[in-house]
Design a protein around this ligand. Structure first.
Ligand code: URA
Length: 240
């Protein structure tokens, strides 16, 4: 048995369109449930047993899942770990055994972590080919200078064969610690910490704010999560 769900919510959750767009599609007769055209957006259906079609496309409910986690410090970005609590263990979804985090945040890094079972999307977001933009908020020991900003803009040599792509560094506050926002287009191991190390500075706090079009919902306290909205899924997949 599954809880009944409204037809418009079903389709919006599955990324077909915003709630209002989906209502429009339903009223236009583009949606069939169990072989019949349904024009009532508030029809309640059993999400697991109903056959839902949008035009000729079969819509599988919950075939894929997407969660936004505000990762707390102390949790590792993994599915299982013999010593530490993992990001996936924070998601209470009894049905799913195939969830994984998209990319890695260090154990002490907080912020946006996408958890899904959509391998194709994860592959695209992580592929070095796509240079997906990632924005972080950081506190840095020491004063960030204009010269540092230029070095980040030019690219920093972190390894013999690896120089970073141009990164944008914005100073939000200066004092004993500098508060910055940094935008990078790669995801090498400890990349941001190593970039600051390369200019003689130390990251004391790091939080990811966004990945591609997905922005951390600041109403989520660390350790909390929520499902992505249909709109967020659509934008992440690049079909707004
Ligand atoms: N860069 C880092 O150094 N650590 C992270 O967790 C993410 C990016």
């Amino acid at each position: 048995m599954s809880t009944p769900v409204r037809l418009d919510k079903y389709l919006a959750d599955m990324g077909i369109g915003t709630r209002s767009k989906v209502k429009e599609y339903i009223r236009k007769g583009r949606v069939k449930v169990d072989g019949k055209v349904i024009k009532e957006p508030d029809l309640k259906l059993n999400a697991l047993n109903s056959q839902v079609y949008f035009d000729s496309q079969k819509i599988e409910y919950e075939a894929v899942k997407y969660y936004m986690l505000n990762k707390p410090a102390g949790v590792v970005s993994a599915t299982v770990d013999s010593n530490c609590k993992t990001a996936v263990e924070l998601i209470e979804d009894g049905k799913r055994k195939d969830l994984f985090p998209v990319g890695r945040l260090d154990k002490d890094t907080e912020g946006l972590l996408l958890i899904t079972n959509d391998g194709a999307l994860a592959h695209r977001l992580l592929s070095p080919k796509w240079h997906v933009e990632k924005v972080y908020y950081a506190r840095i020991r020491g004063r960030i200078t204009e010269e540092d900003i230029k070095k980040f803009e030019t690219g920093l040599k972190l390894e013999e064969n690896f120089t970073t792509l141009p990164a944008r560094l914005t100073i939000l506050g200066a004092g004993e610690e500098s508060v910055v926002e940094i935008t990078i287009y790669e995801g090498k191991f400890h990349q941001i910490k190593r970039m600051f190390e390369a200019v003689g500075k130390e990251v004391v706090y790091l939080k990811r704010l966004s990945m591609g079009d997905l922005r951390l919902d600041e109403t989520l306290p660390p350790g909390n999560y929520r499902r992505l909205t249909g709109e967020e899924i659509r934008r992440l997949k690049g079909n707004e």
